[in-house]
Write a protein that binds this ligand. Structure first.
Ligand code: PLP
Length: 442
């Protein structure tokens, strides 16, 4: 296989979340990956500053995971999960519930974060119905939230570009909390901002507007990742939990980015000491080796469905690839490796290194804000006048040319290094970003 595809081949793939015409004129091709580094088609090695897409904290092709998947594909390549089951899926569910500190919780497997979100929304609405509160159908999301690209996810999500083309497909009865980012009040905050707790009270306003009897659930990312590491104000998530509990509203944490260690704790719910009713996960659960996601539901929610004749299906939902054996094998090996190498603790140890380094960019050309939490950080840059979203791309290109891959969206650049990174690699990535910022022609 040629390293560089023909022009016809380049044209054939309609790439996701990519400016296709520009990319195909200037392709950026990855041909291999090992540890914390990618190899590009021209042979250069670049540091993987975003752990893939927030999803490969062990680095690439860790031996334990590779071996487990190789063994699995030769033993049981596929097994249906409808009315049949393979043992490792059950033990994985048990391990995930235990890691979440909620051994009575149940895990529903899907294949992506988007599916996890749509599944959680369905569970929430169906749960209220099975327990006799069928009027609770409204879902509250949050501005700037990213919950994937399923119909439920874009409806509760708060990103304009992901929503505006698809109005007729949106699920009805959705409302949004305000986002919590206010640069005038909190620019350059380290970790959680002191300002902004009052914004959570908007949920009381929405309850007064719609009535609690119509609201099924609130869904938030504990830390908004995709829109640029937007960190909840101090006390915000605890208060959100209180208001939800007071009104009988389910709280869903979308932990697709924060699950499995990104904040230096197994889940963000541990970091914030707030217990949601439903948790979505994907990405790092198996180091993104094979697509896998899921929903962790409290035991009470599951139990409410377990009524009626025992020969009938209780919840009409699932995917052909739910609990795919290769994905499950990769997840067991990932959990083994996280534990054996103490990688969540390592992420916690690297977090202050990243915080110190990223905030040293204050005052560099173009930088207008810096945020961080756990092993995640983002900077905002001054837009190119009249050309929104171009500046961050320019910085990205300069960084890539210098051996660092990071993520750009809008006017934001995000860094979330693999947990296996060394302190020098974390600091080095930020220094590369500094030179990239200085190199952008203004
Ligand atoms: C919080 C959150 N939810 C859902 C998703 C969607 O996940 P996927 O791309 O696997 O569908 C993402 C992806 O980045 C995410 O960050």
């Amino acid at each position: 296989m040629n390293a560089v595809p023909s022009e016809a081949a380049l044209r054939a793939w309609w790439m996701p979340f990519t400016h296709n015409r520009h990319f195909k004129a200037h392709p950026r091709l990855i041909t291999a990956a090992q540890g914390a580094y990618y190899t590009l088609a021209d042979g250069r090695r670049v540091f993987d500053g975003l752990s893939g897409l927030w999803c490969s904290p062990l680095g690439h092709s860790p031996a334990r995971v590779v071996e487990a998947v190789q063994k699995q594909v030769a033993t049981l390549d596929f097994a249906p999960s409808f009315q049949m089951g393979h043992p490792a899926a059950f033990t994985l569910a048990e391990r995930i519930a235990q890691l979440a500190g909620r051994p009575d919780d149940k895990v529903f497997f899907v294949n992506s974060g988007s599916e996890a979100v749509d599944t959680a929304l369905k569970i929430a609405i169906a749960w209220h119905r099975v327990r006799g509160e069928a009027s609770r159908t409204r879902i509250i999301g949050r501005e700037r939230g990213y919950h994937g690209v399923g119909m439920g996810g874009i409806s509760v999500g708060g990103i304009l570009a992901n929503r505006k083309m698809f109005t007729p497909l949106m699920i009805p009865g959705v409302d949004h909390l305000p986002h919590t980012w206010n640069p005038a009040q909190m620019a350059y905050s380290r970790g959680q901002p002191d300002w902004g707790l009052h914004l959570v009270e908007d949920l009381e306003r929405l309850v007064a507007l719609h009535d609690a009897s119509t609201i099924a659930a609130v869904i938030v990312e504990p830390m908004q990742g995709s829109t640029g590491v937007i960190v909840p104000p101090k006390g915000y998530l605890k208060r959100l939990r209180e208001i939800c509990t007071k009104h009988g509203i389910l709280l869903i944490f979308d932990e697709v980015i924060t699950g499995f260690g990104r904040l230096g704790t197994p889940f963000a719910s541990d970091f914030f000491d707030v217990r949601p009713d439903l948790t979505t996960f994907a990405k790092a659960v198996n180091n993104a080796t094979v697509p896998l996601g899921g929903v962790i539901a409290s035991g009470d929610i599951y139990d409410a469905f377990m009524t009626g004749p025992e020969h009938l299906i209780e919840f009409f939902h699932g995917y052909t690839y739910s609990a795919h054996p290769l994905a499950v094998a990769a997840a067991h090996a990932t959990l083994d490796e996280l534990a054996a190498s103490g990688l969540i603790a390592r992420a916690a140890k690297l977090a202050p290194v990243l915080e110190g380094a990223i905030h040293s960019l204050k005052g560099e050309p173009l930088v207008t804000d810096i945020r961080n939490l756990g092993l995640a950080a983002a900077i905002d840059v001054t837009p190119v006048p009249g050309k929104p979203a171009l500046r961050a791309f320019q910085v990205f290109e300069q960084a890539l040319a210098r051996g660092l891959m990071l993520r750009f969206t809008g006017e934001t650049l995000a860094l979330a290094p693999p947990f296996i990174s060394t302190e020098d690699e974390v600091r080095g990535a930020v220094e590369t970003l500094r030179t990239a910022l200085r190199a952008v022609p203004v």
